[in-house]
Design a protein around this ligand. Structure first.
Ligand SMILES: NC(=O)C1=CN([C@@H]2O[C@H](COP(=O)(O)OP(=O)(O)OC[C@H]3O[C@@H](n4cnc5c(N)ncnc54)[C@H](OP(=O)(O)O)[C@@H]3O)[C@@H](O)[C@H]2O)[C@@H](O)CC1
Ligand SMILES: [K+]
Length: 549
Protein backbone atom coordinates (compact mmCIF):
# COMPACT_ATOMS: atom_id res chain seq x y z
CA UNK A 1 0.00 0.00 0.00
CA UNK A 2 1.27 3.44 -0.90
CA UNK A 3 0.46 6.16 1.61
CA UNK A 4 0.36 9.80 0.60
CA UNK A 5 0.16 12.92 2.75
CA UNK A 6 -0.66 16.57 2.40
CA UNK A 7 2.17 19.07 2.35
CA UNK A 8 0.91 20.30 5.71
CA UNK A 9 1.17 16.80 7.20
CA UNK A 10 4.70 16.42 5.85
CA UNK A 11 5.76 19.77 7.26
CA UNK A 12 4.28 18.84 10.65
CA UNK A 13 6.23 15.57 10.56
CA UNK A 14 9.43 17.52 9.82
CA UNK A 15 8.81 19.92 12.69
CA UNK A 16 10.27 17.87 15.59
CA UNK A 17 13.42 17.21 13.56
CA UNK A 18 13.76 20.86 12.62
CA UNK A 19 13.34 21.77 16.31
CA UNK A 20 16.14 19.33 17.10
CA UNK A 21 18.39 21.22 14.69
CA UNK A 22 18.28 18.58 11.96
CA UNK A 23 17.04 20.83 9.13
CA UNK A 24 20.36 20.66 7.29
CA UNK A 25 20.45 16.87 7.62
CA UNK A 26 16.96 16.54 6.14
CA UNK A 27 17.94 18.74 3.25
CA UNK A 28 21.10 16.79 2.69
CA UNK A 29 19.13 13.53 2.53
CA UNK A 30 16.60 15.08 0.17
CA UNK A 31 19.18 16.55 -2.19
CA UNK A 32 21.30 13.38 -2.17
CA UNK A 33 18.19 11.39 -3.12
CA UNK A 34 17.41 13.87 -5.89
CA UNK A 35 20.97 13.76 -7.25
CA UNK A 36 20.98 9.94 -7.15
CA UNK A 37 17.73 9.85 -9.09
CA UNK A 38 19.13 12.17 -11.78
CA UNK A 39 22.27 10.03 -12.03
CA UNK A 40 20.16 6.88 -12.45
CA UNK A 41 18.10 8.55 -15.18
CA UNK A 42 21.20 9.67 -17.08
CA UNK A 43 22.78 6.24 -16.78
CA UNK A 44 19.55 4.55 -17.91
CA UNK A 45 19.79 6.67 -21.07
CA UNK A 46 23.37 5.57 -21.63
CA UNK A 47 24.76 9.01 -20.81
CA UNK A 48 28.09 9.49 -19.11
CA UNK A 49 27.89 11.91 -16.19
CA UNK A 50 30.95 13.75 -17.38
CA UNK A 51 29.75 16.15 -20.02
CA UNK A 52 26.05 15.72 -19.39
CA UNK A 53 24.22 18.96 -18.69
CA UNK A 54 21.74 19.75 -15.93
CA UNK A 55 19.84 23.02 -15.48
CA UNK A 56 18.21 23.67 -12.13
CA UNK A 57 15.40 26.21 -11.85
CA UNK A 58 15.75 27.29 -8.25
CA UNK A 59 13.25 29.33 -6.23
CA UNK A 60 14.22 31.25 -3.14
CA UNK A 61 12.90 28.77 -0.56
CA UNK A 62 14.00 25.35 0.65
CA UNK A 63 12.74 23.67 -2.51
CA UNK A 64 15.26 25.73 -4.44
CA UNK A 65 17.81 24.79 -1.77
CA UNK A 66 17.21 21.10 -2.41
CA UNK A 67 17.68 21.67 -6.13
CA UNK A 68 20.91 23.62 -5.69
CA UNK A 69 22.43 21.13 -3.22
CA UNK A 70 21.54 18.31 -5.63
CA UNK A 71 23.10 20.21 -8.53
CA UNK A 72 26.24 20.74 -6.43
CA UNK A 73 26.50 16.99 -5.91
CA UNK A 74 26.06 16.46 -9.67
CA UNK A 75 28.68 19.11 -10.46
CA UNK A 76 31.12 17.27 -8.21
CA UNK A 77 30.55 14.18 -10.39
CA UNK A 78 31.50 16.06 -13.59
CA UNK A 79 28.03 17.12 -14.73
CA UNK A 80 27.84 20.59 -16.36
CA UNK A 81 25.43 22.43 -14.09
CA UNK A 82 23.59 25.70 -14.54
CA UNK A 83 21.31 27.30 -11.97
CA UNK A 84 18.61 29.77 -12.92
CA UNK A 85 17.51 31.69 -9.84
CA UNK A 86 13.85 32.50 -10.39
CA UNK A 87 13.23 34.56 -7.26
CA UNK A 88 16.35 36.75 -7.26
CA UNK A 89 17.61 35.31 -4.00
CA UNK A 90 18.40 31.70 -3.18
CA UNK A 91 18.97 29.44 -0.17
CA UNK A 92 22.37 30.86 0.92
CA UNK A 93 24.18 27.65 1.97
CA UNK A 94 22.91 25.73 -1.05
CA UNK A 95 23.94 28.49 -3.43
CA UNK A 96 27.39 28.64 -1.85
CA UNK A 97 27.78 24.86 -2.15
CA UNK A 98 26.69 25.01 -5.78
CA UNK A 99 29.17 27.76 -6.62
CA UNK A 100 31.98 25.96 -4.77
CA UNK A 101 31.28 22.86 -6.86
CA UNK A 102 31.75 24.90 -10.05
CA UNK A 103 28.13 25.48 -11.06
CA UNK A 104 27.22 28.54 -13.11
CA UNK A 105 24.57 30.87 -11.69
CA UNK A 106 22.17 33.10 -13.62
CA UNK A 107 19.49 35.41 -12.31
CA UNK A 108 16.21 35.25 -14.20
CA UNK A 109 15.02 38.72 -15.22
CA UNK A 110 13.05 40.14 -18.11
CA UNK A 111 16.28 40.87 -19.94
CA UNK A 112 17.81 37.38 -19.40
CA UNK A 113 14.58 35.48 -20.10
CA UNK A 114 15.20 34.73 -23.80
CA UNK A 115 18.80 33.65 -23.35
CA UNK A 116 18.09 31.50 -20.30
CA UNK A 117 15.06 29.86 -21.92
CA UNK A 118 17.30 28.69 -24.76
CA UNK A 119 20.00 27.53 -22.35
CA UNK A 120 17.58 25.55 -20.17
CA UNK A 121 15.94 23.96 -23.23
CA UNK A 122 19.35 22.58 -24.29
CA UNK A 123 20.03 20.79 -20.99
CA UNK A 124 19.86 17.01 -20.78
CA UNK A 125 18.00 17.29 -17.48
CA UNK A 126 15.94 20.17 -16.11
CA UNK A 127 15.37 20.11 -12.35
CA UNK A 128 12.24 22.04 -11.41
CA UNK A 129 12.98 23.36 -7.91
CA UNK A 130 11.08 26.64 -7.98
CA UNK A 131 8.23 25.86 -5.59
CA UNK A 132 7.61 23.03 -3.14
CA UNK A 133 5.28 22.50 -0.22
CA UNK A 134 5.63 26.11 0.91
CA UNK A 135 4.16 27.56 -2.26
CA UNK A 136 1.13 29.79 -2.35
CA UNK A 137 -0.44 29.50 -5.78
CA UNK A 138 1.53 28.95 -8.95
CA UNK A 139 4.56 30.31 -10.73
CA UNK A 140 4.59 34.07 -11.07
CA UNK A 141 6.28 36.74 -13.16
CA UNK A 142 9.38 35.75 -15.08
CA UNK A 143 9.33 32.21 -13.60
CA UNK A 144 5.88 31.73 -15.15
CA UNK A 145 7.12 33.26 -18.40
CA UNK A 146 10.10 30.88 -18.48
CA UNK A 147 7.90 27.83 -17.84
CA UNK A 148 5.37 29.04 -20.42
CA UNK A 149 8.06 29.44 -23.05
CA UNK A 150 9.60 26.07 -22.29
CA UNK A 151 6.18 24.47 -22.62
CA UNK A 152 5.47 26.38 -25.83
CA UNK A 153 8.76 25.66 -27.53
CA UNK A 154 8.94 22.14 -26.17
CA UNK A 155 11.81 20.87 -24.12
CA UNK A 156 13.19 18.72 -26.91
CA UNK A 157 14.92 15.78 -25.37
CA UNK A 158 15.31 17.27 -21.91
CA UNK A 159 14.21 15.11 -19.05
CA UNK A 160 12.21 17.12 -16.51
CA UNK A 161 12.67 16.11 -12.89
CA UNK A 162 10.41 17.80 -10.35
CA UNK A 163 11.96 18.45 -6.95
CA UNK A 164 9.37 17.30 -4.37
CA UNK A 165 6.40 18.42 -6.49
CA UNK A 166 6.00 20.02 -9.92
CA UNK A 167 6.09 23.76 -9.23
CA UNK A 168 2.55 25.14 -9.42
CA UNK A 169 0.93 21.87 -8.32
CA UNK A 170 -0.82 21.96 -4.97
CA UNK A 171 0.79 19.23 -2.85
CA UNK A 172 -2.41 18.75 -0.83
CA UNK A 173 -4.99 18.51 -3.59
CA UNK A 174 -3.28 18.01 -6.95
CA UNK A 175 -4.81 21.21 -8.28
CA UNK A 176 -2.55 22.95 -10.75
CA UNK A 177 -1.91 26.61 -11.40
CA UNK A 178 -0.68 26.92 -14.97
CA UNK A 179 1.93 27.02 -16.33
CA UNK A 180 3.35 23.85 -14.83
CA UNK A 181 6.29 21.97 -16.33
CA UNK A 182 5.16 18.38 -16.75
CA UNK A 183 7.74 16.16 -15.13
CA UNK A 184 8.98 12.83 -16.39
CA UNK A 185 9.91 12.02 -12.82
CA UNK A 186 9.00 13.58 -9.48
CA UNK A 187 11.45 12.92 -6.68
CA UNK A 188 9.50 13.59 -3.53
CA UNK A 189 10.81 13.72 0.02
CA UNK A 190 9.69 11.90 3.16
CA UNK A 191 6.56 10.39 1.61
CA UNK A 192 4.38 10.79 -1.46
CA UNK A 193 2.32 13.97 -1.50
CA UNK A 194 -1.42 13.45 -1.97
CA UNK A 195 -1.50 15.85 -4.90
CA UNK A 196 0.87 13.64 -6.88
CA UNK A 197 -1.72 10.83 -6.77
CA UNK A 198 -4.77 12.89 -7.77
CA UNK A 199 -5.59 14.44 -11.13
CA UNK A 200 -4.74 16.89 -12.54
CA UNK A 201 -1.54 16.85 -10.43
CA UNK A 202 -0.84 13.25 -11.44
CA UNK A 203 -0.89 14.36 -15.09
CA UNK A 204 2.14 16.54 -14.37
CA UNK A 205 4.02 14.34 -11.92
CA UNK A 206 5.29 11.57 -14.19
CA UNK A 207 6.74 8.66 -12.27
CA UNK A 208 6.89 9.30 -8.54
CA UNK A 209 9.93 8.32 -6.53
CA UNK A 210 10.01 8.71 -2.74
CA UNK A 211 13.25 9.54 -0.94
CA UNK A 212 13.05 8.67 2.77
CA UNK A 213 14.47 11.49 4.88
CA UNK A 214 13.80 10.21 8.38
CA UNK A 215 10.39 11.71 9.10
CA UNK A 216 8.50 8.46 8.53
CA UNK A 217 7.86 7.77 12.23
CA UNK A 218 6.21 11.17 12.65
CA UNK A 219 3.73 10.72 9.83
CA UNK A 220 0.04 10.73 10.77
CA UNK A 221 -2.85 8.80 9.17
CA UNK A 222 -2.39 9.21 5.41
CA UNK A 223 -4.47 11.64 3.41
CA UNK A 224 -4.69 9.17 0.54
CA UNK A 225 -3.79 5.54 -0.01
CA UNK A 226 -3.21 3.34 -3.03
CA UNK A 227 -3.48 -0.43 -3.18
CA UNK A 228 -0.69 -2.38 -4.82
CA UNK A 229 -0.63 -5.95 -6.10
CA UNK A 230 0.29 -7.33 -2.67
CA UNK A 231 -2.79 -5.72 -1.14
CA UNK A 232 -4.99 -7.20 -3.82
CA UNK A 233 -3.51 -10.61 -3.15
CA UNK A 234 -4.23 -10.21 0.55
CA UNK A 235 -7.72 -8.74 0.29
CA UNK A 236 -9.35 -10.42 -2.69
CA UNK A 237 -11.61 -13.34 -1.79
CA UNK A 238 -10.76 -16.97 -2.47
CA UNK A 239 -13.34 -19.73 -2.12
CA UNK A 240 -12.79 -22.36 0.55
CA UNK A 241 -13.16 -26.08 -0.05
CA UNK A 242 -16.70 -26.05 1.33
CA UNK A 243 -17.85 -22.91 -0.46
CA UNK A 244 -20.95 -23.03 -2.62
CA UNK A 245 -22.41 -20.52 -4.99
CA UNK A 246 -24.64 -18.91 -2.37
CA UNK A 247 -21.94 -18.67 0.29
CA UNK A 248 -19.60 -17.06 -2.25
CA UNK A 249 -22.00 -14.17 -2.73
CA UNK A 250 -24.97 -13.47 -4.97
CA UNK A 251 -25.21 -10.16 -6.81
CA UNK A 252 -28.49 -8.70 -8.01
CA UNK A 253 -28.15 -6.62 -11.18
CA UNK A 254 -30.67 -3.93 -12.07
CA UNK A 255 -29.14 -2.48 -15.21
CA UNK A 256 -29.81 -2.03 -18.89
CA UNK A 257 -32.95 -1.02 -20.69
CA UNK A 258 -34.69 -1.65 -23.99
CA UNK A 259 -32.45 1.06 -25.47
CA UNK A 260 -29.23 -0.05 -23.78
CA UNK A 261 -29.33 -3.81 -23.26
CA UNK A 262 -25.55 -3.98 -23.74
CA UNK A 263 -24.91 -2.26 -20.42
CA UNK A 264 -26.71 -5.08 -18.63
CA UNK A 265 -24.60 -7.64 -20.48
CA UNK A 266 -21.31 -5.91 -19.69
CA UNK A 267 -22.21 -5.38 -16.03
CA UNK A 268 -23.07 -9.07 -15.70
CA UNK A 269 -19.89 -10.11 -17.49
CA UNK A 270 -17.80 -7.91 -15.21
CA UNK A 271 -19.48 -9.41 -12.15
CA UNK A 272 -19.08 -13.01 -13.31
CA UNK A 273 -15.42 -12.43 -14.13
CA UNK A 274 -14.86 -11.00 -10.64
CA UNK A 275 -15.64 -14.24 -8.89
CA UNK A 276 -19.18 -13.79 -7.61
CA UNK A 277 -21.02 -17.03 -6.83
CA UNK A 278 -24.12 -16.10 -8.79
CA UNK A 279 -25.73 -13.18 -10.63
CA UNK A 280 -29.49 -12.55 -10.62
CA UNK A 281 -30.61 -10.12 -13.29
CA UNK A 282 -33.81 -8.06 -13.05
CA UNK A 283 -34.87 -5.99 -16.04
CA UNK A 284 -36.96 -5.55 -19.15
CA UNK A 285 -37.33 -8.44 -21.61
CA UNK A 286 -35.05 -6.91 -24.29
CA UNK A 287 -32.14 -6.60 -21.88
CA UNK A 288 -32.86 -9.94 -20.18
CA UNK A 289 -32.79 -11.61 -23.59
CA UNK A 290 -29.38 -10.08 -24.37
CA UNK A 291 -28.06 -11.15 -20.96
CA UNK A 292 -29.30 -14.73 -21.44
CA UNK A 293 -27.61 -14.94 -24.82
CA UNK A 294 -24.25 -13.59 -23.65
CA UNK A 295 -24.18 -14.97 -20.13
CA UNK A 296 -26.09 -18.20 -19.74
CA UNK A 297 -24.77 -18.34 -16.16
CA UNK A 298 -27.02 -15.44 -15.13
CA UNK A 299 -30.50 -16.08 -13.71
CA UNK A 300 -32.87 -13.55 -15.31
CA UNK A 301 -36.30 -12.57 -14.11
CA UNK A 302 -38.68 -9.64 -13.97
CA UNK A 303 -39.32 -9.94 -10.25
CA UNK A 304 -39.12 -7.30 -7.59
CA UNK A 305 -36.12 -6.42 -5.46
CA UNK A 306 -37.99 -7.57 -2.34
CA UNK A 307 -38.48 -11.06 -3.82
CA UNK A 308 -34.86 -11.50 -4.86
CA UNK A 309 -32.38 -12.94 -2.40
CA UNK A 310 -28.89 -11.46 -2.89
CA UNK A 311 -25.94 -10.13 -0.84
CA UNK A 312 -25.48 -6.92 -2.85
CA UNK A 313 -27.04 -4.91 -5.66
CA UNK A 314 -25.72 -3.26 -8.79
CA UNK A 315 -28.09 -0.60 -10.12
CA UNK A 316 -28.11 2.02 -12.83
CA UNK A 317 -25.80 1.09 -15.72
CA UNK A 318 -27.58 1.68 -19.04
CA UNK A 319 -30.74 3.08 -17.49
CA UNK A 320 -32.39 6.38 -18.39
CA UNK A 321 -34.87 8.71 -16.69
CA UNK A 322 -37.82 7.11 -18.50
CA UNK A 323 -37.09 3.59 -17.24
CA UNK A 324 -39.55 3.95 -14.37
CA UNK A 325 -39.69 0.30 -13.37
CA UNK A 326 -35.91 -0.10 -13.31
CA UNK A 327 -35.48 3.15 -11.38
CA UNK A 328 -37.99 1.96 -8.81
CA UNK A 329 -35.97 -1.24 -8.45
CA UNK A 330 -32.84 0.88 -7.97
CA UNK A 331 -34.52 2.82 -5.17
CA UNK A 332 -35.80 -0.41 -3.62
CA UNK A 333 -32.29 -1.86 -3.72
CA UNK A 334 -30.99 1.16 -1.82
CA UNK A 335 -33.89 0.89 0.64
CA UNK A 336 -33.06 -2.79 1.25
CA UNK A 337 -30.06 -1.85 3.38
CA UNK A 338 -27.79 -4.21 1.43
CA UNK A 339 -24.56 -2.96 -0.15
CA UNK A 340 -25.27 -1.24 -3.47
CA UNK A 341 -23.14 0.03 -6.33
CA UNK A 342 -25.15 2.80 -8.02
CA UNK A 343 -23.98 3.82 -11.47
CA UNK A 344 -24.99 6.14 -14.32
CA UNK A 345 -28.79 6.34 -14.65
CA UNK A 346 -29.42 5.59 -10.98
CA UNK A 347 -27.39 8.55 -9.72
CA UNK A 348 -30.06 11.23 -10.30
CA UNK A 349 -32.85 8.97 -9.02
CA UNK A 350 -31.61 8.14 -5.53
CA UNK A 351 -32.27 9.99 -2.26
CA UNK A 352 -29.86 12.84 -1.54
CA UNK A 353 -28.55 11.30 1.66
CA UNK A 354 -27.47 7.67 1.52
CA UNK A 355 -25.09 5.50 3.54
CA UNK A 356 -21.46 4.33 3.34
CA UNK A 357 -22.42 0.91 1.95
CA UNK A 358 -23.87 2.65 -1.11
CA UNK A 359 -21.06 3.17 -3.64
CA UNK A 360 -21.74 5.87 -6.23
CA UNK A 361 -19.60 5.66 -9.37
CA UNK A 362 -19.90 8.91 -11.34
CA UNK A 363 -17.53 10.19 -13.99
CA UNK A 364 -16.64 13.88 -13.76
CA UNK A 365 -19.73 15.07 -15.66
CA UNK A 366 -22.06 12.93 -13.57
CA UNK A 367 -20.40 14.09 -10.36
CA UNK A 368 -20.90 17.72 -11.40
CA UNK A 369 -24.60 17.00 -12.01
CA UNK A 370 -24.86 15.26 -8.66
CA UNK A 371 -23.28 18.19 -6.85
CA UNK A 372 -25.59 20.60 -8.66
CA UNK A 373 -28.61 18.52 -7.66
CA UNK A 374 -27.50 18.46 -4.02
CA UNK A 375 -26.95 22.21 -4.07
CA UNK A 376 -30.51 22.77 -5.18
CA UNK A 377 -32.10 20.72 -2.39
CA UNK A 378 -34.28 23.17 -0.43
CA UNK A 379 -35.07 23.63 3.27
CA UNK A 380 -31.76 23.38 5.06
CA UNK A 381 -31.58 19.60 4.95
CA UNK A 382 -28.66 17.82 6.58
CA UNK A 383 -26.90 17.94 3.25
CA UNK A 384 -27.32 21.69 3.06
CA UNK A 385 -25.71 22.33 6.41
CA UNK A 386 -22.73 20.16 5.46
CA UNK A 387 -22.48 22.08 2.21
CA UNK A 388 -21.68 25.28 4.03
CA UNK A 389 -19.33 23.57 6.47
CA UNK A 390 -17.33 21.72 3.87
CA UNK A 391 -13.90 23.17 3.13
CA UNK A 392 -14.67 22.56 -0.54
CA UNK A 393 -17.60 24.97 -0.28
CA UNK A 394 -15.04 27.72 0.11
CA UNK A 395 -13.59 26.78 -3.24
CA UNK A 396 -14.82 28.92 -6.11
CA UNK A 397 -15.12 25.68 -8.04
CA UNK A 398 -17.99 24.41 -5.91
CA UNK A 399 -19.24 27.39 -3.96
CA UNK A 400 -20.83 28.86 -7.08
CA UNK A 401 -21.82 25.59 -8.68
CA UNK A 402 -20.04 22.70 -10.29
CA UNK A 403 -19.49 21.75 -13.87
CA UNK A 404 -17.40 19.02 -15.43
CA UNK A 405 -14.33 21.25 -15.83
CA UNK A 406 -14.49 22.30 -12.17
CA UNK A 407 -14.66 18.68 -11.03
CA UNK A 408 -11.74 17.73 -13.31
CA UNK A 409 -9.66 20.59 -11.93
CA UNK A 410 -10.42 19.69 -8.28
CA UNK A 411 -10.95 15.93 -8.28
CA UNK A 412 -9.97 15.32 -4.68
CA UNK A 413 -12.07 18.22 -3.40
CA UNK A 414 -15.03 17.15 -5.51
CA UNK A 415 -15.04 13.51 -4.46
CA UNK A 416 -14.55 14.44 -0.83
CA UNK A 417 -17.32 16.97 -1.03
CA UNK A 418 -19.72 14.52 -2.67
CA UNK A 419 -19.03 11.81 -0.09
CA UNK A 420 -19.59 14.30 2.72
CA UNK A 421 -22.86 15.51 1.27
CA UNK A 422 -24.35 12.15 0.35
CA UNK A 423 -22.87 10.11 3.23
CA UNK A 424 -22.21 7.51 0.52
CA UNK A 425 -18.91 6.12 -0.72
CA UNK A 426 -18.05 7.95 -3.93
CA UNK A 427 -15.79 6.62 -6.67
CA UNK A 428 -14.83 9.19 -9.29
CA UNK A 429 -13.79 7.50 -12.53
CA UNK A 430 -10.87 8.92 -14.46
CA UNK A 431 -7.26 8.35 -15.48
CA UNK A 432 -6.71 8.32 -11.74
CA UNK A 433 -9.74 6.85 -10.00
CA UNK A 434 -10.44 8.40 -6.61
CA UNK A 435 -12.59 6.87 -3.90
CA UNK A 436 -13.82 8.75 -0.85
CA UNK A 437 -15.69 7.33 2.10
CA UNK A 438 -18.06 9.63 3.97
CA UNK A 439 -15.69 9.26 6.93
CA UNK A 440 -13.09 10.90 4.68
CA UNK A 441 -10.85 7.95 3.94
CA UNK A 442 -9.43 8.27 0.43
CA UNK A 443 -8.01 5.90 -2.13
CA UNK A 444 -6.37 6.64 -5.47
CA UNK A 445 -5.85 3.94 -8.09
CA UNK A 446 -4.09 4.42 -11.41
CA UNK A 447 -3.54 0.90 -12.71
CA UNK A 448 -5.11 1.35 -16.12
CA UNK A 449 -4.26 2.74 -19.54
CA UNK A 450 -5.90 5.55 -21.52
CA UNK A 451 -7.48 2.97 -23.86
CA UNK A 452 -9.84 2.16 -20.97
CA UNK A 453 -11.75 5.33 -21.80
CA UNK A 454 -14.13 3.38 -24.04
CA UNK A 455 -17.86 2.71 -24.13
CA UNK A 456 -18.97 0.03 -21.72
CA UNK A 457 -15.79 0.12 -19.64
CA UNK A 458 -17.73 1.69 -16.75
CA UNK A 459 -20.40 -1.02 -16.93
CA UNK A 460 -17.72 -3.67 -16.45
CA UNK A 461 -16.30 -1.70 -13.52
CA UNK A 462 -19.78 -1.57 -11.96
CA UNK A 463 -19.97 -5.35 -12.32
CA UNK A 464 -16.60 -5.83 -10.63
CA UNK A 465 -17.54 -3.55 -7.74
CA UNK A 466 -20.86 -5.36 -7.36
CA UNK A 467 -19.15 -8.73 -7.33
CA UNK A 468 -16.71 -7.64 -4.64
CA UNK A 469 -19.46 -6.05 -2.54
CA UNK A 470 -21.37 -9.35 -2.65
CA UNK A 471 -18.29 -11.38 -1.72
CA UNK A 472 -16.58 -9.11 0.78
CA UNK A 473 -19.29 -6.86 2.18
CA UNK A 474 -19.84 -8.89 5.33
CA UNK A 475 -16.21 -9.97 5.76
CA UNK A 476 -15.37 -7.40 8.42
CA UNK A 477 -12.42 -9.38 9.80
CA UNK A 478 -10.57 -9.42 6.48
CA UNK A 479 -10.36 -5.64 6.50
CA UNK A 480 -9.63 -5.31 10.19
CA UNK A 481 -6.72 -7.75 9.78
CA UNK A 482 -5.37 -5.61 6.96
CA UNK A 483 -5.44 -2.46 9.11
CA UNK A 484 -8.53 -1.04 7.38
CA UNK A 485 -11.29 0.27 9.61
CA UNK A 486 -14.25 -2.07 8.97
CA UNK A 487 -16.53 0.97 8.62
CA UNK A 488 -14.32 2.11 5.77
CA UNK A 489 -14.39 -1.22 3.94
CA UNK A 490 -16.80 0.01 1.28
CA UNK A 491 -14.25 2.48 0.00
CA UNK A 492 -11.54 -0.18 0.14
CA UNK A 493 -13.74 -2.59 -1.84
CA UNK A 494 -14.39 0.06 -4.49
CA UNK A 495 -10.66 0.81 -4.71
CA UNK A 496 -9.82 -2.89 -5.03
CA UNK A 497 -12.33 -3.13 -7.88
CA UNK A 498 -10.88 -0.05 -9.59
CA UNK A 499 -7.42 -1.57 -9.34
CA UNK A 500 -8.54 -4.90 -10.80
CA UNK A 501 -10.40 -3.10 -13.58
CA UNK A 502 -7.29 -1.05 -14.40
CA UNK A 503 -4.99 -4.08 -14.40
CA UNK A 504 -7.41 -6.04 -16.58
CA UNK A 505 -7.75 -3.08 -18.93
CA UNK A 506 -3.98 -2.84 -19.24
CA UNK A 507 -3.77 -6.53 -20.10
CA UNK A 508 -6.72 -6.32 -22.50
CA UNK A 509 -5.17 -3.37 -24.28
CA UNK A 510 -1.68 -4.87 -24.72
CA UNK A 511 -0.61 -1.45 -25.98
CA UNK A 512 -3.50 -1.05 -28.42
CA UNK A 513 -7.24 -0.36 -28.36
CA UNK A 514 -9.58 -2.52 -26.32
CA UNK A 515 -13.26 -3.28 -26.22
CA UNK A 516 -15.03 -3.31 -22.86
CA UNK A 517 -15.94 -6.98 -23.07
CA UNK A 518 -12.23 -7.86 -23.26
CA UNK A 519 -11.72 -6.37 -19.79
CA UNK A 520 -14.07 -9.02 -18.42
CA UNK A 521 -12.50 -11.70 -20.62
CA UNK A 522 -9.00 -11.21 -19.23
CA UNK A 523 -10.01 -10.42 -15.64
CA UNK A 524 -9.90 -14.01 -14.28
CA UNK A 525 -6.39 -14.42 -15.66
CA UNK A 526 -5.28 -11.06 -14.19
CA UNK A 527 -6.80 -12.05 -10.84
CA UNK A 528 -4.79 -15.27 -10.95
CA UNK A 529 -1.61 -13.40 -11.76
CA UNK A 530 -2.02 -10.91 -8.94
CA UNK A 531 -0.15 -13.21 -6.58
CA UNK A 532 2.74 -13.67 -9.03
CA UNK A 533 2.74 -9.94 -9.65
CA UNK A 534 2.82 -9.16 -5.96
CA UNK A 535 5.87 -11.38 -5.51
CA UNK A 536 7.61 -9.75 -8.49
CA UNK A 537 6.86 -6.25 -7.23
CA UNK A 538 8.21 -7.17 -3.81
CA UNK A 539 11.42 -8.38 -5.44
CA UNK A 540 11.70 -5.19 -7.51
CA UNK A 541 11.19 -3.15 -4.38
CA UNK A 542 14.00 -4.96 -2.62
CA UNK A 543 16.36 -4.35 -5.53
CA UNK A 544 15.31 -0.70 -5.77
CA UNK A 545 16.58 1.42 -2.90
CA UNK A 546 13.78 3.94 -2.57
CA UNK A 547 10.42 2.71 -3.77
CA UNK A 548 7.25 4.75 -3.85
CA UNK A 549 5.39 3.94 -0.69
N1 LIG B 1 11.47 21.99 6.04
C1 LIG B 1 12.60 21.30 5.80
O1 LIG B 1 13.49 21.26 6.55
C2 LIG B 1 12.72 20.56 4.55
C3 LIG B 1 12.12 21.02 3.39
N2 LIG B 1 12.36 20.42 2.23
C4 LIG B 1 12.09 21.12 1.00
O2 LIG B 1 11.57 22.37 1.25
C5 LIG B 1 10.40 22.61 0.51
C6 LIG B 1 9.55 23.56 1.23
O3 LIG B 1 10.34 24.69 1.40
P1 LIG B 1 9.78 26.11 1.83
O4 LIG B 1 8.91 25.94 2.99
O5 LIG B 1 10.92 27.00 1.98
O6 LIG B 1 8.89 26.53 0.63
P2 LIG B 1 9.13 26.47 -0.95
O7 LIG B 1 8.18 25.47 -1.48
O8 LIG B 1 10.55 26.35 -1.29
O9 LIG B 1 8.60 27.87 -1.50
C7 LIG B 1 8.33 28.88 -0.68
C8 LIG B 1 9.21 30.07 -1.05
O10 LIG B 1 8.76 30.61 -2.24
C9 LIG B 1 8.04 31.85 -2.00
N3 LIG B 1 6.78 31.65 -2.65
C10 LIG B 1 5.63 31.09 -2.21
N4 LIG B 1 4.73 31.01 -3.17
C11 LIG B 1 5.30 31.54 -4.27
C12 LIG B 1 4.87 31.73 -5.60
N5 LIG B 1 3.64 31.37 -5.99
N6 LIG B 1 5.73 32.27 -6.47
C13 LIG B 1 6.97 32.67 -6.08
N7 LIG B 1 7.43 32.50 -4.83
C14 LIG B 1 6.60 31.95 -3.94
C15 LIG B 1 8.02 32.01 -0.50
O11 LIG B 1 8.36 33.30 -0.14
P3 LIG B 1 7.28 34.33 0.38
O12 LIG B 1 6.44 34.64 -0.84
O13 LIG B 1 6.49 33.63 1.43
O14 LIG B 1 8.10 35.46 0.86
C16 LIG B 1 9.12 31.08 -0.04
O15 LIG B 1 10.36 31.78 -0.05
C17 LIG B 1 9.84 21.23 0.28
O16 LIG B 1 9.01 21.19 -0.84
C18 LIG B 1 11.10 20.44 0.11
O17 LIG B 1 11.56 20.56 -1.23
C19 LIG B 1 13.22 19.23 2.17
O18 LIG B 1 14.50 19.67 1.91
C20 LIG B 1 13.22 18.47 3.43
C21 LIG B 1 13.54 19.33 4.58
K1 LIG C 1 9.36 21.90 -7.39
Amino acid sequence: MISAYTGTQIRAAEEPLLAAGMGAVLMQRASQGLANAVIRELQARGRKLYGASVAVLAGKGNNGGDGLFAAALLAARGVRTTAVLTGGAAHPEALAAFERAGGRVHILTDSTLNRLTAEVARADVVIDAVLGTGAKGGLRGTAAALAGRLLYSGLGGSLVVACDVPSGMDADTGEVHAPVLSADLTVTFGAAKAGLLADPGADHAGRVHVVPIGIEENLPWPALRRFEAGDLFRLLPRPGRRSHKYSRGVLGVVAGSADYPGAAVLACRGALAAGVGMVRYLGPPEAAQAVRQSCPEVVCSASSVADTHVQAWLVGSGMGPSDAEQLQRARDAVESGLPVIADAGALPALPAVLAPHVVLTPHAGELASLLERLRSIPDGSAADSRFTESPAAESPAFGQGADRAAVEAHTLGAVRYAAGLTEATVLLKGATTLVASPFQDFYSQADGVPWLASAGSGDVLAGIIGALLAQLGSDVGRFRDAGIDPDERWAAIAALAASLHGLAGTTASAGGPLTAGRIADVLPEVWGKVSTLSIRLAQERNSHPHPLR
